[in-house]
Ligand binder design. Structure first.
Ligand code: FAD
Length: 390
């Protein structure tokens, strides 16, 4: 059996939630070990669109919801971290766009009106025209209104890389995870036969939380999975576009983000309504056709004749909500030494870490003395989806 270890906080799951939390704990002097059973970021995080929402999208309902309030501070916190002056030093993480746009095609004004009725977005939205338009919309045939939202879009692979650097020697690639109990109380985990004791154990394993909980004989908190069927387009004629395109309903008809491929081409990543219920029910060929139809209606001047197309099925893992609605905040559940949660959005990783840190502070948890960590088998960082698909 490998040498037993001890640490202050043992984190299971190396997506954005676990990695962000790990870096914040280390900055505060806590010893940590983060265990990952596949590739860092390879669950939902590197498959996300990288938008650091400020809640504007949720204000489309015309009312201030919990989500628009809780999330409103996230762009500022991420910006500070990116400039090296925030709660983490994320200097070097690639910013893909300093703004996300809201785009209402043609004469569809209904949503924009209710959008502006909301206090949540006042002072954070400006209409843009002409040369200020995103490059892909700068065309004489373009009709519609475009608003600049004070939200940013990040290159998530570079973010995961940076957070894995900040994890220092505390990352551990693992296959088998079992509970370590003493007198019926969970005191740590046995990872591939190695005992690791900790003051607190955090499960931040995305969809993997459900299985981990059941291995610990726990049924709460319950998890919901929300399936998506995303579309990727890669081509030499694509220009950057980061926008929610409004349709008739409260949800964006399509959300487009643009990502750099290793060969220098751009990849458009399409989500929003296109990727939800009807999109999930379509097979790959039908989903690509639906996306082609959307883009030819919305952006008829973009030549997609040489583009490559692919789809990606992925499920968002969240705490169970009635009627599969979207949760409003990061979520954390506590059971003794065990804390379990989901950030519910990449943008809300700082909120997830705040909740864990607040629980530790409430319990008066202090960094303890531990033997230095030996060299541990280190998990690798997941490549971007478009590098694997094209
Ligand atoms: C298509 C898509 C687009 C999205 N776009 C956005 C967006 O633009 N903006 C935004 O804010 N949010 C977005 N999200 C949501 C966001 O991606 C997620 O909320 C966030 O990434 C979840 O992070 P996480 O760390 O909880 O989970 P994950 O990223 O899924 O990470 C969990 C990690 O745990 C590991 N793991 C699982 N089981 C075990 C185990 N037994 N032992 C050890 N490790 C384990 C997994 O391998 C994985 O690395 C999007 C999600 C999807 C699917």
């Amino acid at each position: 059996m490998s040498q037993a270890l001890s640490t202050d906080v043992l984190i299971v799951g190396g997506g954005i939630a676990g990695l962000w939390l790990n870096a914040r704990l280390r900055r505060q002097g806590f010893a940590t070990v983060l265990v990952e059973n596949a590739r860092l970021g390879g669950g939902q995080s590197v498959k996300s669109q990288g938008i650091i929402h400020g809640g504007a999208k949720y204000a489309l309902h015309g009312a201030l919801t919990g989500a628009s309030e809780a999330i409103a501070d996230m762009p500022r916190r991420w910006r500070e971290a990116l400039s090296g002056n925030g709660e983490l030093d994320l200097v070097g993480v690639r910013l893909l766009s300093d703004a996300h746009y809201l785009w209402s095609p043609g004469s569809l004004a209904g949503n924009i009106t209710s959008f502006f009725a909301s206090k949540a977005v006042r002072g954070r939205v400006d209409q843009v025209k002409g040369e200020q338009l995103p490059p892909a919309l700068q065309h004489p045939k373009f009709k519609g209104k475009v608003y600049r939202l004070a939200e940013l879009v990040l290159d998530v692979p570079s973010l995961i890389n940076r957070l894995s650097e900040l994890a220092g020697d505390g990352l551990l690639a693992a296959e088998r995870i079992e509970p370590l109990r003493e007198n019926g109380e969970l005191v740590g985990l046995i990872i591939d036969g190695r005992e690791i004791r900790a003051q607190r154990i955090i499960l931040s394993a995305g969809r993997g939380n459900a299985e981990l909980l059941s291995a610990l004989d726990l049924s709460q908190p319950a998890q919901q999975l929300r399936p998506l069927h995303m579309v990727l387009v890669k081509g030499p004629t694509l220009k950057p576009l980061y926008a929610h395109c409004l349709g008739g309903g409260p949800k964006p008809r399509v959300t487009i983000t643009t990502h750099p491929a290793a060969d220098g081409q751009w990849v458009w990543y399409l989500g929003g309504d296109l990727a939800e219920a009807d999109g999930v029910a379509r097979n790959e060929a039908a989903q690509i056709q639906a996306a082609q139809k959307e883009l030819s209606e919305l952006l008829p001047w973009v030549d997609l004749s040489t583009a490559q197309w692919a789809t990606l099925r992925v499920e968002r893992a969240e705490p169970a909500q009635s009627g599969l609605v979207r949760p409003d905040n990061a979520f954390l559940h506590e059971q003794g030494k065990l804390l379990v949660g989901w950030p519910t959005k990449l943008a809300l990783a700082p909120d997830f870490a705040d909740r864990v840190l607040a629980a530790l502070a409430r319990d008066g948890l202090q960094p303890a003395q531990h033997a230095p960590l030996p060299a541990l088998p280190r998990p690798t960082v997941a490549p971007p989806a478009w590098e694997e698909l094209f």
